[in-house]
Design a binder for this molecule. Sequence first.
Ligand code: E4P
Length: 217
Amino acid sequence: MKLFVDTGNLKDIQALAEIGILDGVTTNPSLMAKEPGDYRETLKKICQVVQGPVSAEVVSTDTAGMLREGRDLATIDEHIVVKVPLTKDGIRACKTLSSEGIRVNVTLCFSATQALFAAKAGASYISPFVGRLDDIGTTGMNLIREIVDIYDNYDFTTEVLVASVRNPIHIVEAARMGADVATCPPAVIEQAFKHPLTDIGLKKFLEDWEKAQATRV
Ligand code: E4P
């Protein structure tokens, strides 16, 4: 499963890219609004660092506007994936942009039927939001299972990108279900790295080693 980071923060992206396990980046207008500087330049820098798919979202709500923005975003860098919302206008824009060879991530997906429509429109990625479903008392990961099953039935090439990830359990479940990608906030990746037994074990190994060195003649 590919690991994307869900942020527009260049420092966080750089830190994760250096570790060597980062496959891509997703952004959205709320995340990019927090970042200073020029939107396009920031996206360009992110692409240069990650050298993998970087989702940049349109803010238009009509197809014509999405097409205009999407085509423009796609000129920033070859790694840009245009993100459109799962509306009728968004699906229409997805169909056109995909037919022009521009990769599209259809976002704000909350049902399996929506995911089916995105795949039929040639989306490269579908982004079901699991955390936001959990927030309203529905098990978000059930949606991932449904989408993976449906896409497998028809050999759709659209990748299932698990979004709105809130904890490491979402990552584990996504991987077990065969999702293609999980996009996670930096804090969740940090949490997923940590285990107290790793820290305790490493401390003990080093203490034992030091003790042995001290008694050796
Ligand atoms: C995905 O592409 C979205 O940017 C993101 O995962 C939304 O997550 P949130 O529900 O934590 O805002």
